[in-house]
Design a protein around this ligand. Structure first.
Ligand code: GLC
Length: 673
């Protein structure tokens, strides 16, 4: 059940697709406290939700603030990353209530979840105008389903987007792209996508192509597609300020950019240098900007990633000027001491993403100017909406791949997200597991982190272990930052045979993984879930943070500690272990419920089959388009009284007629049907 409570007159967010009557107070379970709300937690209550935030799946013990940030250091001390996912799921211990809260609000929301007092949860919005939805249901998964019913069906990518994406900031020219394709194909490693970072553009200007380095992008895209590889270019939020640039000229002519109080367009520097920012909150601006993607779809591009859309601001010209002036003043005084150093350091650190800059420009909402900071969290998600809606119009009946860095609940209808600039650390691999479960609760099903890590130098063992989890994430993308150690999978020569086995395993499992994804998308369900969602009475399961249920029948338990030759796994019920070295080289073992230490070498993956589960396994292929989905074998864990059948979803992977009954069939082991 969903109850809507209204406080003041909120600015529209369009997060919600159901129009519900307003309920009268009081709000069940919550008590007003100050300008916000309070809930007294019992020690065994688990607080899920908040999507893309740092720390565990259980959010207790820290304070957070939904305030979309271009934050490249995803450490535990952070309060916000790129997405505003204002959904809390209180999962009560025995005899305690379980409910969800969705706060429909465009600005910052602060949460204190046992940070000040370990038994008290509080949250408050920065303004008194918002809608609060109180959601109850049969349990956590059902409450997430209700949230999706409230906020709309999740975005569905094309099936090829479940293949591997290779990306790196630093591919400079056609030859670099071809070398990546060759590296994969020569080594017989499956690949479906190569992402093109900012260097494909001319002067980092959106919807342009650098003609010297990419003289024939259409030809390149077609050539790649003939090898089963899709090119996926990046689009940034900042529009290069350049009167020779068509996007810039059109935006200025039509008056589509965000403005300062004096009515002139707001300018801040990002990758292209000084840039303007389209007012994505206006429908006509969305449709204009989205229409610009045509420049690339016409060249045969059918996938995009939207970036820097919090929006990231490296500096504003005025602030930079003031900083330089102040530095000169300090220098002129000749007294360059610790105080001068500290002041300079603060000046420099304060240039990027400065809160005062976010307070210095305006959007038009229903023709009225609204200061950016009040609607900040809607910006990136509306860029995704601009692209998503326009691409649907440009390519009707065909799916386009789209994922974004910044988001809010509601933008999950238009695109997926990737988890931004993580780094090559074991801590970030663990964080990836937590975030996958949490963002899915908020509706973002098509998600994944930069495998191997974005920032910093990776190591072969981290690459292996991260891929062993990555082969199960819907978006499976290896991406790394300029200047870091190269981390395309073929670079790790000694490990290529094992990596091939892992990528082949992804391919072999793809019919199951895609089918489970589609079940989750079409049925408002969850592809990844914490164990406690399916084993509600199991107090131990409520504590497990590094294992996930995957679809109906599987559980994954990645090794995420360096030098570990195995790990402890908790089984809430008996399961069948597959310790896989490849799709046809594995050990199996029936394991009773409880705790187990399970050895797992660096080239092995632990996969658990739940009782009654049947998994169709296909023959691997070099790309999704080449995959024959007819199961060549089944993995199953038959138990008495459980028929071991699998309800499989399968479609052409590009059309949008998802709901046709012929996409479903029931498989039984041994029949191959
Ligand atoms: C941002 C993105 C990253 C990209 C880089 C250059 O940091 O998050 O993925 O590689 O910009 O475009």
């Amino acid at each position: 059940m969903i109850q809507r409570f209204q406080f003041g007159q909120m600015l529209p967010t369009e997060s919600v697709v159901l129009s519900l009557p307003v309920a009268g107070s009081p709000v069940p379970f919550l008590t007003p406290e100050g300008t916000g709300w309070r809930y007294d937690m019992a020690p065994e209550d688990v607080i899920y939700g908040l999507g893309e935030m740092v720390r565990g799946m259980n959010k207790r013990g820290w304070h957070y603030c939904a305030n979309n940030s271009d934050e490249p250091h995803h450490t535990e001390d952070k309060q916000s990353l790129y997405g505003a996912h204002n959904f809390l799921l209180v999962s009560g211990g025995t005899g305690r209530p379980t409910f969800g809260v969705f706060i429909d609000f465009a600005g910052p929301v602060e949460y204190d979840i046992g940070y000040t007092d370990e038994e008290i949860l509080t949250f408050r919005t920065s303004e008194p105008d918002y809608d609060l939805y109180l959601i109850t249901g049969e349990g956590p998964a059902d409450i997430c389903r209700e949230l999706r019913r409230l906020t709309g069906r999740s975005y569905i990518p094309p099936k090829w987007a479940f293949g591997l994406a290779q990306s790196r900031w630093g591919y400079q020219c056609e030859a670099d792209i071809r070398a990546v394709a060759q590296g994969y194909r020569e080594n017989n490693l499956p690949l479906d996508m190569i992402c093109m970072d900012i260097d494909y553009m001319a002067n980092f200007a959106d919807f342009t192509v650098n003609q010297e380095r990419f003289p024939d992008l259409a030809g390149l895209a077609a050539g790649m597609k003939s090898q089963g590889i899709h090119l996926v270019p990046i689009i940034d939020a900042g529009i290069r300020a350049d009167d020779k640039d068509e996007t810039c000229r059109e935006g200025l002519e039509r008056d589509y950019f965000c403005k300062k109080e004096d009515g002139t367009p707001f300018v801040a520097a990002v990758w292209p240098g000084e840039a303007y920012f389209a007012d994505f909150l206006r429908p006509e601006v969305r449709s204009w900007f989205g229409g610009r993607y045509r420049a690339l779809t016409e060249l045969g591009i059918d996938g995009f990633w939207n970036d820097m859309n919090e929006p990231a601001l490296f500096y504003t010209p005025d602030r930079l000027k003031a900083a330089v002036q102040r530095a000169a003043e300090l220098g002129a005084k000749g007294n360059l001491d610790m105080y001068a150093f500290s002041e300079l350091q603060q000046l420099i650190n304060g240039l990027s993403n400065n809160p005062d800059d976010y307070r210095s420009f305006y959007h038009l909402v229903d023709d009225q100017p609204v200061r950016h900071d009040r609607v900040h969290n809607l910006y990136g998600g509306n860029m995704t909406r601009a692209a998503g809606e326009a691409l649907q119009a440009l390519r009707p009946d065909r799916r386009t791949l789209l994922y974004s860095r910044s988001s809010f609940i509601g933008s999950h209808r238009y695109g997926g997200i990737w988890l931004g600039d993580n780094d090559s650390s074991w801590a970030q691999l663990r964080e990836n597991i937590h975030q996958m479960a949490s963002v899915q609760m908020c509706g973002f099903l098509y998600t994944g982190a930069d495998l191997g890590g974005f920032g910093g130098d990776t190591t072969p063992d981290l690459v292996m272990r991260w891929l062993e989890f990555g082969i199960f994430t819907p978006l499976m993308r290896n991406h790394s930052a300029l200047g870091t150690r190269n981390q395309e999978y073929y670079r790790f020569e000694k490990w290529i045979p094992s990596i091939r086995n892992l990528l082949n395993l992804r391919m072999a499992l793809l019919p199951y993984l895609y089918s489970e994804f589609m079940k989750a998308a079409l049925g408002d369900g969850l592809y990844f879930r914490p164990l406690a969602f399916d084993y509600p009475g199991d107090a131990m399961a409520r504590q497990v943070e590094d294992q996930l249920l995957l679809g109906e029948g599987l559980m994954v338990a990645p090794v995420c500690t360096q030098n570990a030759a195995g790990r402890y796994v908790y089984l809430p019920e008996p399961m069948k272990l597959l310790r896989l070295r490849s799709v046809d080289d594995f050990d199996t073992e029936l394991m009773p419920a409880g705790h187990h230490y399970i050895p797992c070498a660096l080239n092995e993956v632990l996969l658990f089959l739940r009782p009654g589960c049947l998994v169709p396994v296909a023959r691997p292929a070099c790309c999704v388009a080449e995959l024959d989905e007819t199961p060549f074998t089944f993995w199953s864990y038959p138990v008495e009284g459980s028929p071991c059948t699998y309800r499989m979803y399968s479609d052409d992977g590009v059309g949008t007629d998802y709901d046709r009954p012929e996409h479903w069939r029931t498989l039984k082991a041994g029949t191959g049907q």
